[in-house]
Write a protein that binds this ligand. Structure first.
Ligand code: SF4
Length: 281
């Protein structure tokens, strides 16, 4: 028998999640900052990292945004196939949750109605919503406010298959080098390899949700993550571009089968304000 959920139920959940994500960096992210502080050799980057830690702790305590740019609201939903929805259209209720969350949480509204006429929607809607159908009768909702500085510096390419692992590494490194301090490092580097153009970029974004320190379960990709992390940190960009030994906190790769003629690669960069919050209904 199907479990029926009224779409109205997602409104308070989403409004709470966007606020929590903007106010509270997870312990995983804070621990990664503190770990970076132990490794960082540049005094400028060390001082800046200490400020980032203080800032994150203050934002959590006072329940205020840890960064002024509260981003595009990305909502990822895993919807159990035994769910049936009742009520108004789900997409409208998701956006209502975003609208209320940003209004009541005093979060900056950063979305323009049309990319060319540039008029602000004044409520941070519409959200960018991704859904996946999974087994079961639960719904997992993740809110991921994504700041402009880091999102603007992502990239995508389709290589010929012969470029292989070395081609992938060069593309990821070139993307991070070109981005420099504009992504507000230390960053997390999400990489999608394979699939189609659209799915590859989705995988890169979803990779940013993986806890820092956790590797891809396939040894080939876990090794590539480690090698890329070392080479990215050797770029010397440092915290907020101050120069230093820690530029990235992690490299997370997702992969998917792809066409015989193609090797798609996407890079989605996440600034130090790595914000996401999840709930299950
Ligand atoms: S890139 Fe991240 S840390 Fe920098 S301003 Fe944007 S949201 Fe804030």
């Amino acid at each position: 028998m199907k479990r029926i959920i009224n779409t109205e139920d997602v409104i308070p959940i989403i409004s709470g999640l966007v606020q929590k994500a903007c106010y509270e960096l997870s312990d995983n992210v804070l621990d990664a900052y503190k770990d970076a502080l132990k490794k960082e050799e540049s005094p400028y980057s060390r001082d800046t990292l200490k400020l980032l830690i203080d800032n994150a702790e203050f934002a959590k305590k006072e329940q205020i945004a840890c960064c002024h740019d509260t981003g595009t609201t990305v909502i990822m939903m895993e919807i159990g196939q035994e769910i049936s929805w009742s009520g108004k259209p789900l997409i409208d209720q998701i956006n209502e949750g975003v609208r209320i969350g940003y209004r009541d949480g005093y979060l900056r509204k950063s979305i323009v109605k049309d990319p060319l006429d540039r008029i602000n929607t004044n409520d941070n809607t519409p959200a960018v919503v991704h859904t996946e159908v999974v087994e079961g009768d639960k719904v997992k909702i993740t809110a991921m406010p994504k700041g402009g500085g880091s999102e603007n510096m992502g990239s995508f390419t389709t290589m010929v298959p012969g470029e292989g692992i070395e081609g992938v590494k060069k593309f990821v490194l070139d993307t991070v080098r070109f981005a420099g301090g504009k992504t507000c490092p230390p960053i997390i580097v999400g990489v999608g390899i394979g699939g189609t153009m659209d799915y590859c970029t989705y995988m890169a974004k979803k990779a940013l949700l993986r806890p820092i320190g956790e590797h891809n379960s396939k040894p080939l990709y876990a090794k590539l993550e480690e090698e890329l992390l070392e080479e990215i940190n050797n770029l010397g960009i440092g915290t907020l571009g101050m120069g230093g030994t820690v530029t990235a906190l992690g490299v997370h790769i997702n992969y998917f089968p792809c066409h015989i003629t193609a090797l798609p690669v996407a890079v989605n960069l996440q600034c130090h304000a790595s914000r996401h919050a999840t709930a299950e209904i």
